[in-house]
Design a protein around this ligand. Structure first.
Ligand code: BTN
Length: 245
């Protein structure tokens, strides 16, 4: 992973650059990194704040031969790889909020966006976009992000080398990806569950279908979150935004 490296100063989004590299025949493990994104993309059509030199904005090209239904498993695998990396390097209590937000003391320091291109399983590419607010000062955040977002520097009071994080993440990802290919999703799911801050807790979840409140119970084989709602119903959430209560 990361042996083909493309580094840019300014891009619209590393996801867009990675997509054009895929179209030009990029192979698995190709990594795109940018100092700044002018139109960083977040989940659910949101923008991702990506100022120059103050975080890690990168996209990794993957070509797993798995059915489309199981691609969310790779979102969870990416979150586990990143969470383990940051825990090791920063010695900090960092956890995963379903599906893939990394939180320190309840605030988001990192997000992951998986985008899929191609219908055919043999030709499909997945672009895993990873954003880490590595060394921002809180004043740097736009007003609306201050209550919910944070950075490694704010939370650890120690500067972290971006290069060290990227290298350690790639190594961690490679190890988990190998386990995933050899043993399937079960061991990844166990690791995800151990790092989760959302399971067995009251949550409010916003989906396309509306807002539901309940207890987050587990994740299933497709990476969906199983919730027992306050009315006792068991539902599965495939895509949505979870708020911890
Ligand atoms: C989220 O909303 O939590 C996901 C954020 C993903 C941001 C990263 S930064 C690198 C890559 N390029 C993008 O435009 N987005 C992802």
């Amino acid at each position: 992973m990361g042996r083909r490296l493309h580094v840019y100063e300014d891009v619209e989004s590393t996801q867009i650059v990675a997509q054009s590299l895929v179209t030009a025949g990029a192979e698995e493990g190709t990594l795109v990194i940018a100092e700044q994104q002018t139109s960083g993309k977040g989940r659910m059509g949101r923008k991702w704040y990506s100022p120059r030199g103050k975080g890690i904005w990168m996209s990794l090209v993957l070509t797993p031969k798995i059915p489309l239904f199981y691609t969310p498993q790779l979102t969870l695998l990416t979150a586990v790889a990143l969470c383990r990396t940051l825990r090791q390097l920063c010695a900090i209590d960092i956890g995963i909020k379903w599906p893939n937000d990394l939180l320190i003391a309840g605030k988001k320091v990192s997000g992951i966006l998986l985008e899929i291109s191609g219908e055919d399983e043999r030709l499909r590419h997945i672009i895993a976009g990873i954003g880490i607010s590595a060394n921002l000062n809180v004043q740097d955040f736009p007003q609306e992000l201050r209550p919910i977002a944070s950075s490694l520097l704010i939370e650890t009071s120690a500067p972290v080398s971006r290069e060290a994080i990227i290298l350690a993440f790639l190594k961690q990802f490679e190890e988990l990806y190998e386990i995933y290919h050899e043993q399937g999703f079960a061991p990844i799911r166990l690791l995800w569950e151990a790092l989760s801050v959302s399971l067995h807790r009251p949550i409010r979840v916003q989906t396309a279908g509306g807002v539901t409140e309940g207890i987050a119970e587990s994740i299933d084989d497709s990476g969906a979150l199983t919730v027992t709602t306050n009315t006792g119903e068991k539902i599965k959430v495939f895509s949505g935004e979870v708020e911890l209560r």
